[in-house]
Design a protein around this ligand. Structure first.
Ligand SMILES: Nc1ncnc2c1ncn2[C@@H]1O[C@H](COP(=O)(O)OP(=O)(O)O)[C@@H](O)[C@H]1O
Ligand SMILES: [Mg+2]
Length: 442
């Protein structure tokens, strides 16, 4: 019975906790969270609440409880060096060291790595530390994307057409970004459809998992502000309906080459999740960014489908023997819908903003799975916070059946909440297919 430490408190980590506990080894789960997640708490033998920057509290909790290995969910503790701190006490982890987590925490590092090792997938781009030369480069691009370096909680990237119109406006935004961030990445805007390819990596071997598509916009039809993610789906064949097999192979190959480049560049193997955010274009798969952990919601699509023992998967990642393990996923469709406070993502003066901190009730979710995110469990029931509240997942043989299960689950949550009805619908998927058809013909 191994003792396993889980760091994190979201729905992603709730799904990770569930995957750990499905192991035939009957592991005991110890969870370190920055806020109490009632789902994770109910699966853990012991929990500790504390900050993700308090590395001593995390390592003490681990050593006190004779942890065999740790699994790190979110990017913040990775960025703070939790894996390095655990390693000093002799506890290995699934998750990269602070230096290797630059794959996510520094978009400039990753763009430069891909370029230095001549790996395909980069846009035209330049990294700037000062405004000199920015205007000239902006004028060479057909479409512009601006990215501050460093973690921005998914809210830092500015895209031409969405956030600004002209190169002149871009220049003003660049000046602003450079006052807040040490570096600015200016890059070419791609046209295409995005997909998430979450890979397992032991430093050498890279194993792909079923592809997922996330929906960042707050409202149906991809309208409204960007959010942490309103929901996601995956298909029974583990591909996406708008992709060609070559798109997937290219995404995998880029990730293999990046894993090998990371080893050459830093001298140490990347052990953890390499989540590639890709976009299929008329010229094949291009790289938007990497995350150094599972996606939230995307973890909820793939972990429930994992047939291989997750504890075994973790051990092979840590020991560098992923090539020796057959990793299998069920051939099912999944639809994840986030239930959020009505005011989520809206300005504070919006009439719905007051929905935060209201009480909710959860009825019978039927066949759906429920993963807690930001909810506050008080003596008299569950309360919303200002963030995403509950991830509801439907799993079935077809996408439509999975969507109906998720939909039924969502309807069981009552209170001032909202969700995206269109995620997993045939109409939305047809739109993606048509978009790709049009792009490929141009
Ligand atoms: N080069 C690009 N071309 C087109 N769209 C992009 C590009 N880079 C980023 N985006 C858009 O901006 C979103 C956020 O960018 P990303 O690099 O994933 O950063 P983050 O997730 O940290 O905000 C992407 O999901 C995509 O929609
Ligand atoms: Mg992203």
């Amino acid at each position: 019975m191994p003792n396993i430490l889980l760091v994190g408190n979201g729905a992603r980590e709730h799904a990770m906790a569930e995957a750990v506990l499905r192991s035939t080894e009957k592991p005991l789960l110890f969870s370190y969270m920055k806020a109490n997640n009632p789902g994770i708490a109910s699966l853990s033998v012991k929990t500790k609440i504390g900050s993700y920057s308090d590395l001593a509290a995390i390592t003490n909790f681990a050593t006190e409880n004779k942890i065999e290995f740790a699994v790190i969910g979110p990017e913040d503790p990775l960025n703070n060096g939790v894996v390095d701190a655990l390693a000093i006490t002799g506890i290995p982890a699934v998750g990269p060291t602070k230096s290797l987590a630059r794959l996510e925490t520094s978009k400039a590092f990753t763009r430069n790595l891909v370029s230095k090792y001549k790996i395909p997938g980069n846009p035209q781009y330049k990294v700037f530390k000062a405004i000199g030369g920015v205007e000239e480069f902006l004028n060479t691009l057909d479409g512009i994307v601006l990215k501050p370096d460093g973690l921005t909680g998914g809210k830092g990237v500015l895209v031409q057409g969405d956030h600004f119109a002209t190169p002149q406006e871009a220049l003003t935004l660049c000046t602003q970004i450079l006052t807040e961030s040490s570096s600015l990445i200016v890059e070419e805007k791609f046209d295409g459809e995005e997909f998430s390819l979450q890979c397992l990596c032991d430093g050498q071997t890279v194993v792909g998992t079923p592809l997922v598509q996330d929906h960042k916009r707050r409202f149906d039809d991809d309208k409204g502000p960007n959010t942490g993610g309103m929901g996601s789906y995956s298909m029974p064949d583990h591909s996406m309906p708008f992709l060609k097999p070559s798109d997937i192979e290219e995404g995998l190959e880029i990730t293999r080459q990046v894993a090998s480049a990371l080893l050459k560049e830093t001298g140490s193997p990347y052990k953890g999740i390499m989540y590639g955010g890709f976009i299929a274009t008329k010229n094949g798969a291009k790289l938007l960014e990497y995350n150094a952990r599972f996606g939230d919601p995307e973890a909820m699509n793939i972990l429930p489908l994992l047939k291989t023992d997750f504890v075994d998967v973790c051990r092979h990642i840590i020991e560098g023997t992923l090539d020796k393990l057959k990793i299998e996923f069920e051939q099912k469709a999944t639809v994840c819908k986030y239930v959020v406070p009505k005011g989520y993502g809206l300005p504070a003066d919006h009439p719905d903003a007051a929905s935060s901190r209201a009480k909710i009730e959860i009825g019978n979710v039927g066949k759906a799975r429920l993963y807690y995110s930001s909810v506050d469990k008080k003596e008299d029931g569950l309360y919303l916070s200002s963030s995403r509240a509950i991830g509801i997942v439907g799993i079935a043989d077809t996408l439509d059946a999975a969507r109906k299960i998720a939909e039924e689950g969502v309807k069981a949550v009552s209170g001032p909440v909202a969700y995206r009805e269109d995620i997993g619908t045939n109409a939305l998927i047809q739109k993606r297919i048509d978009h790709m058809k049009k792009i490929r013909k141009d």
